[in-house]
Design a protein around this ligand. Structure first.
Ligand SMILES: [Zn+2]
Length: 85
């Protein structure tokens, strides 16, 4: 009977590991939160990782090399410049 109890305990631990909540990330370009299971993880040659919510953000950051602070649709757009205009 004791052995059965130990087996049940082990199953519970495994179930907790499986049901662990996946981490949600923030887009490295636009700043939006990425739902778990979606998005692109981009690993640079130096080992740093970038998370992108869409191919739009990935292309703007890597291929087009745009500054997120200069684009109005990103969360990193500088509010100070907006106030001056
Ligand atoms: Zn994005």
């Amino acid at each position: 009977m004791k052995q059965v109890g130990f087996i049940n305990l082990d199953l519970r631990i495994n179930a907790e590991k499986v049901n662990a909540m996946p981490k949600s990330h923030q887009c490295s370009f636009c700043g939006e939160t990425i739902p778990p299971g979606t998005g692109i993880m981009y690993v640079k040659i130096d080992g740093s990782t970038l998370w992108f919510c869409s191919s739009k953000c990935r292309k703007n950051a890597i291929e087009l090399k745009r500054d997120a602070r200069k684009l109005k649709w990103t969360k990193y757009y500088q509010k100070e410049e907006r106030a001056r205009i």
